[in-house]
Design a binder for this molecule. Sequence first.
Ligand code: ATP
Ligand code: MG
Length: 334
Amino acid sequence: MPKEVKKQIIVTGIRPTGDLHIGNYLGAVKPLLQTIEKYPDAEIYIFVADLHGLTDNEAATVAKFRFEVVKDYLALGLDKYINTGRVHLFIQSQIGELVSYLSLFLSRYTTFNDLMRVPTLKEKLRANQTEGQANALLGYYPILMASDILIHNATIGPIGQDQLPHLEKTREFGAKFNAEFGEVFTLPQAHSVENLRILSLKGVGKMSKSHPEGALFLSDSEKLVKQKVSRAETATEGTISPNLESLLTIAKEFNVNTAEFLTDHMAGKQVAGLFKKELCERLADFVVNFQKKRATIADAEVMKIIIDGGRAARINATKTLDIVKNVMKFNYIK
Ligand code: ATP
Ligand code: MG
């Protein structure tokens, strides 16, 4: 008898900490759309991670952006799949008590050392805060993320490169729990586009919502897009730099021919201006079309999508949490 093919369950999220930028689109949303196409029978849970947003943002800011991010997702192409019934778009806090509950159970099987070993935690502590200033959510982040993913029994987690260590932690936490209680959780595979890490247009580090000065936002005007791209850091003629490489990655994704530019540039010719001009045109076209489509999506429609998505997510999450409580022999007294 053929082995039963397991249904794919795709789970992914974005924090509502600002408008989406081109790095979010290329590193997370576009690959997600490709994954949805690749697995026509998959069930897909996409959430706006407002609880994660609280780590380093005011609650009111997060609340303001969560609705906007749903609209962004829809305008970037998710709208096409909503009526298939297999895409569930929701806000994380709609099932907040369920993911928090599971995260508490997972914490029971996680040590302080496990958390301290997360590379992004070390980076963030180095870059922005000391251990005395950072709130505990920063350390808790990987457990909550694991809970978001494991609660839906995800088989695939499409994420950007910077989230790979967190996905690895999710697998680790799930495996630890399974070792204790049997095969409760599915361990998700990361889906990430190799080397697709878009850098800030200025200075070091990746492009981030929380560092708006170097980000190219999908909400930027045509004029601003052109201005930002033309002022983006590149490299002196005849040399290559991480910033230039990142611009080339963006260019390739938008079908700008980079081969000729690169040959001339490496030969010492001053061709960056021409290259940037073409990149500006493509990116400006992209954001203009995105914004036009986004403007046609009604708030009431978005609300309906979120309510339906939240309901589906709740049904699925409740099933998992019930199994977890059963195996732990920790059912509620009702
Ligand atoms: P914040 O600064 O608030 O953390 P962010 O820009 O890092 O915002 P997230 O919401 O943390 O965005 O991440 C959403 C998704 O986008 C994740 O899958 C993440 O890996 C991906 N992503 C974020 N920034 C980039 C980038 N510069 N290049 C490629 N992918 C990215
Ligand atoms: Mg981030």
